[in-house]
Ligand binder design. Structure first.
Ligand code: ATP
Length: 199
């Protein structure tokens, strides 16, 4: 499994559609300060479902949409598509190539798709986390983040290891199951109340 390509359109400084084809192995992005290198990494995190504007170095989520320059008007939407080579079947899906895309509109609406089929954020997160990648899996180490790891308490360090080991997805599934159980219990109490009233 490797990232095969990344396409950005209207995302941060990438107003025009920009397609990057990547090869297996190490890819380096070089360029002058402020040319958009970190924006490419932000796009990767964003398309994988990042929800925190601060993690994307913005104040609000809308800041990922091209805000305009002196010579170019702002755009109404940001789009990123990430294509992953899945010939080794690392992603639990029956395709040898998987394209995950995310579109966000200035009015706040966000859409996700897997191989062109609209889906939920949860579907993207589950697809990626089953293979050990995803926005919370520490596959993206931002500038200054190494410091955080080095200064982490033993509990925090355990958290990093658990996430790398793939425990996070199970913790999330457990949280969801517990929330459903709570709702079920509330419904049961309601049914018991109603049955009591009818008797
Ligand atoms: P450095 O080497 O200094 O870390 P960099 O190459 O990583 O720089 P980025 O931080 O990726 O650069 O890009 C910063 C540029 O992106 C700035 O010029 C900023 O104005 C532009 N930018 C960020 N968000 C938007 C947006 N929503 N619309 C237009 N331009 C944006």
């Amino acid at each position: 499994m490797y990232v095969k390509s990344l396409t950005l359109k209207g995302f941060k400084s990438f107003a025009s559609a920009t397609h990057m084809r990547l090869e297996p192995g190490i890819t380096c992005i070089v360029g002058p300060n402020g040319s958009g290198k970190s924006n490419v990494v932000d796009a990767l995190a964003w398309v994988m479902g990042e929800q925190g504007a601060k993690s994307l170095r913005g104040g609000k989520m809308e800041d990922v949409i091209f805000a305009g320059t002196a010579g170019r008007a702002p755009l109404g939407r940001a789009e990123v598509a990430l294509t992953i080579d899945n010939t080794d079947g690392a992603l639990p899906i029956d395709y040898t190539e998987v394209t995950i895309s995310r579109t966000m509109f200035r009015n706040g609406g966000s859409e996700y798709a897997i191989n062109g089929t609209p889906c939920r954020l949860l579907d993207v997160q589950e697809l990626l986390s089953d293979s050990g990648i995803g926005r919370e899996m520490h596959v993206i180490v931002g500038q200054g983040q190494l410091d955080t790891v080095l200064r982490a308490t033993p509990e925090e360090r355990r958290g990093f290891i658990e996430e790398a080991a793939g425990v996070l997805k199970h913790r999330k599934r457990k949280e969801r199951a517990l929330r459903k159980l709570e709702t079920m219990e509330a419904n049961l109490t309601r049914v018991q109340d109603l049955t009591g009233e009818i008797r």
